[in-house]
Write a protein that binds this ligand. Structure first.
Ligand SMILES: *Cc1c(COP(=O)(O)O)cnc(C)c1O
Length: 361
């Protein structure tokens, strides 16, 4: 068996310890005589799994008691619909367009109300985070929507938008649990699991209780109502049981590492290894503004698309997989989520140096 260094943007690398544990428990979970996959979600054994996952997540993020934690399905994308359906009272919302996913979210919300695009970085191919210090917040906006880390373009916020008292909603899919955050600054934080915390199929929603309402349009499907999921502790119907179990293991892995401050330190070290090299290379360069650089998705290019292609091919042959950038950006993207070991990033930088030496014009 040989595992590669997997730089995929998602579904993405998971901690090897977690996968090994899951493998060891595959046929017989804690003397239940069955796999977690085969277990009733109404069983005591499974209840313990989901309860532990929630309480460990609460510990990691220091989630206050007036926030609900929901484990849902439909990916981050379904939240683009659920949010306007459940929160648009005045039928107005403000969106900060910092990348592909925020743009998609705004387009979907437009079906339910008026969307104001209060800032955008599309003018420069989303290579920076717009200035959000003094936004023109709409007086009747039900919320302000942001995407914390832009997976495709490789940018992140270093300061939260000033929403002037309006509810802030964040798509944190690709930076969830990568660093400590102050949950109280947000009304909703949501994340698809497959970037930084587990397998695809689970989406985690952290929502302030006062935003959960029963006063909804009749057309809102029962499965898309936060109140129903909250009342039923994410068990209105069968939840994504195995995904939640694996997320729970990743939460424990993070707690054992020392929590989010500890993983943040490691993430900064890893990102700097790459960015420092890019900044002094004469062949490779980062594609986004320095002050907006993501810690999770590092986008870069070489001096030509032909050389990019050669690099990606040779890297793959050596076990550095999924380095090709998103088709809309080109070049390369190294996603270095929590589970990517520092050695993986070091080895990649060594290979880049070698490649640069050999291919200098
Ligand atoms: C991947 C991603 C999405 C889409 O997630 P799905 O689970 O495929 O719906 C949305 N937002 C961000 C920031 C992402 O990285």
């Amino acid at each position: 068996m040989k595992r590669v260094y997997n730089f995929s943007a998602g579904p993405a690398i998971l901690p090897e310890e977690v996968l090994k544990e899951a493998a060891a428990e595959m046929l017989d979970y804690q003397d239940s005589g069955m796999s977690v996959m085969e277990m009733s979600h109404r069983s005591k054994t499974y209840q313990q799994i989901i309860d532990d996952a929630e309480s460990d997540l609460r510990k990691l993020l220091n989630i206050p008691a007036n926030y609900k934690v929901l484990f849902l399905q439909g990916g981050a994308t379904l939240q683009f619909s659920m949010i306007p359906m459940n929160l648009m009272k005045n039928k107005v919302a403000d969106y900060i367009i910092s990348g592909h996913w925020a743009k998609k979210a705004a387009e979907e919300a437009e079906k339910y109300g008026k969307v104001n695009r209060i800032a955008s970085s599309e003018d420069k191919m989303f290579s920076y985070i717009p200035d959000v210090s003094n936004l023109e917040i709409s007086p009747d906006a039900d919320y302000v929507f942001m995407c914390d880390n832009n997976t495709i373009f490789g940018t992140k916020y270093y300061e939260l938008p000033n929403t002037k008292g309006k509810v802030l909603i964040s798509d944190a899919s690709s930076c969830f649990l990568s660093e400590p955050i102050d949950v109280t600054k947000y009304g909703i934080i949501f994340a698809g699991a497959q970037k930084n915390v587990g397998p695809a199929g689970t989406v985690i929603v952290i929502i302030r209780e006062d935003l959960i309402t029963k006063d909804l349009e009749n057309y809102v499907p029962i499965m898309l109502r936060y109140d129903i999921h909250a009342e039923n502790q994410s068990m209105y119907n069968t939840p994504p049981t195995y995904g939640i179990y694996l997320c729970g293991k990743v939460f424990k892995w993070l707690l054992n590492l020392g929590g989010l401050e500890a993983i943040h330190k490691i993430n900064v070290i890893k990102a700097n290894l790459l960015y420092d090299y890019l900044d002094q290379s004469s062949m490779f360069f980062g594609t986004v503004e320095k002050k907006s650089r993501s810690l999770m998705n590092v986008c870069f290019k070489s001096t030509s698309p032909e050389l990019d292609e050669k690099f990606i091919k040779e890297a793959k042959a050596l076990g550095f997989d999924n380095l090709k950038g998103h088709r809309s950006v080109g070049g390369m993207r190294a996603s270095i989520y929590n589970a990517m070991p520092t050695e993986g990033v070091k080895a990649l930088v060594e290979f880049m140096k070698e490649f640069e030496g050999k291919n200098r014009g």
